[in-house]
Design a protein around this ligand. Structure first.
Ligand code: SAM
Length: 336
């Protein structure tokens, strides 16, 4: 019964075409999880590690309510799995899901759409209660026949088994501007274990520098009531794009790079900044191929204000530094 209901919901997510349809189908998935899970998700089991903070199980469960994020990631994972099934028709597809949370939201709802022999997945979470919750859901939803290995581990250091060649890796462990959560440290570790044909979701995370008026930029505060698509969002009209600071993708981590610090060039601060006084960072996520999350469509693509130029006006150039060696954060250096 649960499996049939889940199949209808996930099909509606994949077929959804408009923002209203995306939101409605994600709400159904959220209700389905809330109504059928017996677990009380803890709010106090946040874990800090080198590389970032792992959300509490309650915080991780709430991510399903970031509606456009949930829908676009599920669509992306589905599209990637269809491609891999076509490329490798004779064998199962190996999936590594790093940071699955208590709902395994980005793979579990898709399982009924695939024959159980086709998917062979390793699901990792650092939080024991998330692992237990997923185990419980697989049994409630009658999905126990699928090859799902649940592992309690730190995905920033996890080493895959030698005989498990990853076809698709998935990790959504990010906060806007790549602050706070360990997306980059996890991506770095997992990407170094991929083969040339492997896909990683999200495919790219782009961080852009712009001078703007932060308070006038679109910002998602409550997805439940305010979720908007890119066509309805109005970027601030005097926003001045400065540069793309970096793109996190397979190429970025293709070389052995022990560094956990990314430094930008120096950028000239404008003399007249009344219309755009804030040094801001914008995040865009290319989930897979044409499936993307733009500014403020999701909490993870909300803009971030690093500093106001009113407080740094005696300097003429600024350099931005991203450091993910501990809790990921941005800082800056100034040049006269
Ligand atoms: C933002 S939540 C997302 C949950 C789920 N993947 C989703 O998309 O709805 C991130 C999850 O990653 C887990 N996590 C964060 N850092 C981790 C790490 N270093 N190793 C394993 N899991 C981690 C957290 O415990 C949390 O469950």
């Amino acid at each position: 019964m649960y499996k049939e209901e889940l199949t209808i919901i996930v099909k509606s997510i994949i077929a959804s075409n408009t923002v209203n349809e995306h939101i409605k189908s994600a709400q159904k998935l959220s209700d389905f999880y809330n109504e059928n899970t017996k677990f009380k998700h803890s709010e106090s089991n946040e874990i800090s590690i080198k590389g970032g903070v792992a959300l509490s199980s309650s915080g991780a469960a709430d991510c399903v309510d970031d509606y456009l994020r949930t829908v676009f990631f599920i669509k992306g994972v589905y599209k990637a799995l269809i491609k891999l099934c076509a490329d490798f028709p004779e064998r199962s597809i190996n999936v590594l899901y790093a940071g699955c949370g208590p709902y395994a939201t980005l793979i579990l709802p898709l399982l009924p759409l695939f024959n159980k022999e086709r998917i062979n997945a390793v699901l990792i979470d650092i939080n024991n209660s998330s692992i237990k919750s997923v185990q419980n859901l697989l049994s409630i939803f009658n999905l126990e026949d699928y090859k799902m290995q649940l592992v309690e581990a730190d995905a920033t250091t996890y080493i895959k088994p030698e005989d498990f060649s990853i076809d698709l890796a998935i990790s959504e462990t990010m906060h806007y501007a790549l602050t706070r959560e360990p997306q980059v440290a996890i991506t770095k570790n997992i990407m170094q274990q991929l083969s040339s044909h492997s896909l990683f979701i999200p495919e790219e995370i782009k961080i852009d520098l712009a001078f703007s008026f932060f308070d006038f930029e679109p910002y998602l505060k409550k997805a439940v009531y305010e979720g908007k698509g890119r066509k309805q969002l109005q970027p601030y009209s005097h926003n001045v794009f400065v540069d793309r600071l970096f793109t996190i993708n397979k190429e970025h981590f293709s070389r052995e790079n022990p560094n956990s610090i990314i430094e930008s060039s120096f950028y000239i601060l404008p003399d007249n900044f009344a219309d755009h006084p804030d040094v801001c960072l914008f995040t865009e996520v290319k989930i897979y191929e044409d499936i993307e999350l733009k500014t403020a469509e999701s909490y993870i693509t909300n803009p971030y204000c690093l500093v106001s130029m009113y407080s740094i006006k005696d300097y003429s150039e600024i350099q931005l530094i991203y450091d993910f060696s501990e809790i990921p954060q941005w800082s800056y250096k100034l040049k006269e």
